[in-house]
Each structure stands twice: as C-alpha cells, then as structure tokens.
Design a protein around this ligand. Sequence first.
Ligand SMILES: [Zn+2]
Length: 57
Amino acid sequence: MPREKEPGMDIEEAKGRLRLEEIDAEASKCTKCTAARKSTGDDTAYCDEHLRKIYGI
Ligand SMILES: [Zn+2]
C-alpha cells in the first residue's frame, strides 16, 4: 500500500489544529470576541485581533 500522505503534512495539520485550539481558548476569555459573538449571533465569531491570529497575519 502506497502512503497517500506525506508525514510533513500531518505535522502541519496538527500545528494548525493546535493553533486554533489555543486561539479558541483565548477567544473564550476575550471580551472583544464575546462582544463580537453577541452582536453577530455567531458563536464562532472572533474579534479582529484573534481573526488575525487565526489567519497568521
Ligand atoms: Zn478576541
């Protein structure tokens, strides 16, 4: 059986997931994210600061 995935891809995926989890934990304590979630009614909304962190800008 040939391997479909490069091992490096898994590491990058894991890093991305870990970063999201960290940002999510921060965002749940962030008053700006809480405000954004209330105003949009979307409980996956983030403030500008955390959006930038998610996109790695
Ligand atoms: Zn935030």
